[in-house]
Design a binder for this molecule. Structure first.
Ligand code: ADP
Ligand code: ZN
Ligand code: MG
Length: 477
């Protein structure tokens, strides 16, 4: 009998804070500039310079800690993490190890072990193929990024699959985005995620040996990388081997995992207290400010589900404040519209139509919430069919016209006279003897062709339910 295994995943997430200046010097932070223009003796580690902490970075960090429901430390200290690499001119990184600014939090189903502040390394650019130096190829260093304030969030190993990691990661990103303290852009590297992965027999409480999957630039890739790594570990164990502690890279283009370093090469960072920085004691005012939180995505999603919105739509709406506000605008415009129905229109047909028409951002849409509410009301009250509703939507997204005017101009009112509809149904059955016969002889799926014919004849102006009822009646079902 073969043993079943569960996956166990813990995350280490780096969030670049969007302060004006770096963590310990006054250099400007900006992404995408010419290399090495935002540097000074401090972030280039000239001898004898001293770091000066950025107060705004501390305030932003506290906000993140509060949003993750952490305990905020009354005193927090800095440490040196020693390692030698060209992206790290001091040969140590200033970080928080002994007493981070926030501990013991939670977001959704995941416990937060702690969050700490640190400075980012510079950016190395390998000009050779596949990140290696070959022949005359070179490695270049851009120090613009060196010294950027980072918050590292370390979770407990509470996640169980790649898709859980993706969903939770999206919730974390949305939460931090709403705080306005980071761009949380994975492609630009302002949000980076390492996943620690192990497997263990179902029912076991002990943790297996973990591997670490480094730094991918989208939650989709992380999801795929994790699934690949779980499969690899299961295979290793099934073939009688043991998982070895190592750091891996996942190549989304090939689906392959590569080892970056093994345990033997693992770093010994020799942490020691940073002698150049005194402990930081946030003031009462700083702590109070951090705890003033808006309604965050997790709470908003729960509130929407509480008023009947489906889970997926509730999450989609909650992740972007402007979508949430739009949705609430629709409800406010017409309180007879069911929240579930409004949410489906907003996140479904409406969002799709914006994408279809030049990928319009919501903020630039010509359709205000009251207009969309009017359209939803027309469909809900059966004045127009759902299909006609989509035609109206296309028109109002294109030029911002009034839904009722579009209905009148294009003659889209639902056929309410069931005698008229019945004639069309009878005609459709006559014109399509083959599917009609198939339905009569028990193949109910064939009715789709007849529904299609009626919809075509009425230009989508018929109520789908009514068409079905009449067709079934006339086919003797
Ligand atoms: P390390 O000492 O190797 O840095 P930590 O205990 O500090 O490990 O944990 C680092 C991250 O790895 C955390 O997110 C934690 O939840 C996760 N983690 C620790 N052990 C495991 C394990 N066996 N399987 C999966 N994740 C783990
Ligand atoms: Zn500097
Ligand atoms: Mg650790």
């Amino acid at each position: 009998m073969s043993t079943e295994y569960d996956a166990v995943i813990g995350l280490e997430i780096h969030v670049q804070l969007s302060t004006k200046t770096k963590m310990f010097c006054g250099c400007e932070l900006s992404f995408g500039d010419e290399p090495n223009v935002h540097t000074c003796p401090i972030c280039l580690a000239h001898p004898g310079v001293l770091p000066v902490p950025n107060q705004t970075a501390f305030e932003y960090a506290l906000k993140i800690g509060a949003a993750l429901d952490c305990e905020l430390s009354p005193v927090s200290t800095f440490d040196r993490k020693n390692y030698f690499y060209p992206d790290n001119p001091k040969a140590y990184q200033i970080t928080q190890a002994a007493t981070p600014f926030a501990i013991d939090g939670r977001l959704g189903q995941v416990r937060i072990h702690h969050a700490h502040l640190e400075e980012d390394a510079a950016k190395t650019i390998h000009t050779g193929g596949a990140g290696r130096i070959k022949g005359s190829d070179a490695s270049l260093v851009d120090f613009n990024r060196g010294g950027t304030p980072l918050v590292e969030i370390v979770t407990e190993p509470d996640l169980r699959s790649g898709s859980e990691v993706r969903e939770w990661g999206q919730l974390l990103r949305a939460t931090i985005k709403q705080l306005g303290v980071s761009d949380v852009n994975m492609e630009e590297g302002s949000l980076r995620c390492d996943a620690n992965i192990s497997i263990r027999p179902v029912g076991s409480e002990t943790l297996g040996t973990k591997t670490e999957l480094k730094n991918m630039n989208s939650f989709r890739f992380i999801e795929r990388g994790i699934e690949a790594e779980i499969a690899r570990q299961k295979e290793v164990i099934a073939s009688g081997g043991a998982v070895e502690q190592e750091t891996l890279h996942f190549d989304p283009s090939t689906g392959e995992l590569h080892s970056l370093r093994s345990k033997e090469e693992a770093h010994d960072y020799r942490y020691l207290p940073e002698p150049d920085l005194v402990p930081v004691v946030p003031t009462q005012a700083m702590l109070e400010e951090a705890l003033k939180l808006p309604e965050l995505p997790a709470a908003r999603a729960a509130r929407y589900e509480g008023i009947g919105v489906g889970e997926q739509a509730a999450l989609l709406l909650s992740f972007e404040v402007d979508w949430a506000e739009y949705f609430e605008g629709v409800l406010a415009a017409d309180d007879s519209i069911e929240p579930r129905v409004a949410a489906n229109w907003v996140t479904g047909e409406f969002a799709a139509e914006l994408r279809k028409q030049d990928d319009q951002p919501l903020a630039e849409s010509k359709v205000d919430p009251a207009s969309l509410a009017k359209l939803i009301g027309l469909v809900a009250s059966k004045k127009i069919s759902h299909g006609a509703g989509k035609t109206v939507l296309e028109a109002i997204v294109a030029d911002g016209s009034d839904p009722e005017a579009v209905v009148a101009e294009q003659g889209l009112e639902q056929i309410s006279d069931s005698g008229e509809l019945e004639q069309i149904v009878i005609q459709a059955i006559e014109d399509n003897p083959k599917p009609a016969e198939q339905v009569r002889s028990g193949n109910e799926k064939a009715i789709g062709a007849l529904v299609g014919a009626v919809m075509k004849a009425t230009q989508g102006r018929a109520d789908g339910g009514e068409v079905n009822r009449l067709l079934r009646q006339h086919l003797g079902l």
